[in-house]
Design a protein around this ligand. Structure first.
Ligand code: AMP
Ligand code: MG
Ligand code: MG
Length: 324
């Protein structure tokens, strides 16, 4: 039998491993031993981040050794630990789909895989577990085109008792094919509801919100979680006009929102480039804005104050100058 296109094989493996990684995340919360490591200001890593990244990276790199894989966490090599975590299964229903022709001729080394094993760690540490997602994005020629967003704590199981057990859900998409696992319910457009960071706020974000004058602001954790709020009609736009977010935070959410006709850009309205960098600097220096459709996106981008944009470009050039 002819082998299925690489894009389909990577997505079906990523869907499978993301939900297994979600089970590991739930397991860690049950032990109560988060093993928190401080990476910076409001920037943490827990045992759940570590185990989920090991599982995802070990599983995908074993199957797809020629794909470039970029994971958020800097982990020491541990072949024994990795070997025990390998997930070999695939989502068979995805393997049966027919993908758009543009993806059919891609080779394994055309794909870059972006792994955020646990997005929303600040909220996770605080116990706000619904904000957490496992993110696997796939880019081709610098554009994010496919993504898997798994929410490990989607539903509290009824009758789960004081132990509290949860069921997760997995959403995935390929631009041009569609989005699966979620129903898009756009909000009426007579009002503007914006979602933004709960734990990484600053002057740039506050000034942008003042200029946007939204009718409602939802401050919640996680880039993945905020894009789900946009898709499910809780907010029109996710506005983060600040540095701090990285490519692994935005790759999967960007692909799922775009597959539904949404738009994701930096604070200037330009596309984010998802290319491999030898220096490992994957910061989205110019911020991130994600909206349910192009017209709302254009209106939001047009209102971002100039002084905010100037601060973003200044920070980017200062930061790059001090590095090189
Ligand atoms: P938030 O909206 O604050 O949950 O941020 C979305 C994602 O970007 C999370 O993975 C955060 O860890 C990351 N992030 C945003 N701002 C910062 C920052 N200043 N330092 C470290 N990570 C950040
Ligand atoms: Mg993240
Ligand atoms: Mg993370």
């Amino acid at each position: 039998m002819e082998e299925k296109p690489i894009m389909l094989r990577v997505i079906s493996s990523a869907v499978s491993v993301a939900s297994r990684a979600g089970s590991e995340v739930r397991k860690v919360t049950r032990t109560g031993q988060l093993g928190v490591v401080d990476k910076g200001v409001q920037d943490y890593q827990t045992e759940a981040d570590r185990i989920a990244q090991r599982m995802i990276v070990a599983s995908l790199s074993k199957k797809f050794p020629k794909c470039t894989i970029v994971g958020e966490e800097d982990l020491a090599e541990d072949k024994d630990a990795d070997a025990k975590l390998i997930v070999d299964s695939v989502d068979e229903s995805i393997m049966k789909l027919n993908i758009p022709d543009e993806y059919k001729s891609l080779k394994e080394d055309d794909l870059t895989i972006w792994v955020d094993p646990l997005d929303g760690t600040t909220e996770f540490v605080k116990g706000l577990i619904e904000h957490v997602t496992v993110l696997i994005g796939i880019s081709v020629k610098g554009q994010s085109v496919a993504g898997v967003v798994h929410q490990p704590f989607y539903k509290l199981n009824v009758d789960s008792g004081p132990e509290k057990s949860y069921t997760g859900r997995t959403i995935w998409a390929l631009v041009g094919l569609g989005c699966y696992g979620i129903v898009s319910k756009p909000l009426p457009e007579d009002k503007l509801v914006v979602t933004t960071t709960a734990s990484h706020g600053n002057k740039n974000i506050e000034e942008s919100l003042e200029a946007l004058k939204p009718d409602q602001i939802l401050k919640v954790g996680g880039a993945g979680h905020k894009v789900l709020l946009v898709i499910e009609g809780r907010a029109h736009s996710y506005v983060f006009t600040s540095n701090g977010c990285k490519r692994w935070d935005t790759s999967a959410p960007e692909a799922i929102l775009k597959s539904l006709g949404g738009q994701v850009t930096d604070s200037f309205g330009n596309q984010v480039e998802y290319n491999y960098r030898s220096d490992g600097d994957y910061q989205n220096y110019l911020g991130i804005v994600a909206s349910i459709n192009q017209s709302i996106h254009d209106k939001v981008i047009a209102k971002i104050p100039n002084q905010v944009k100037l601060r973003l470009t200044d920070y980017k050039s200062q930061h790059l100058k001090s590095k090189y």
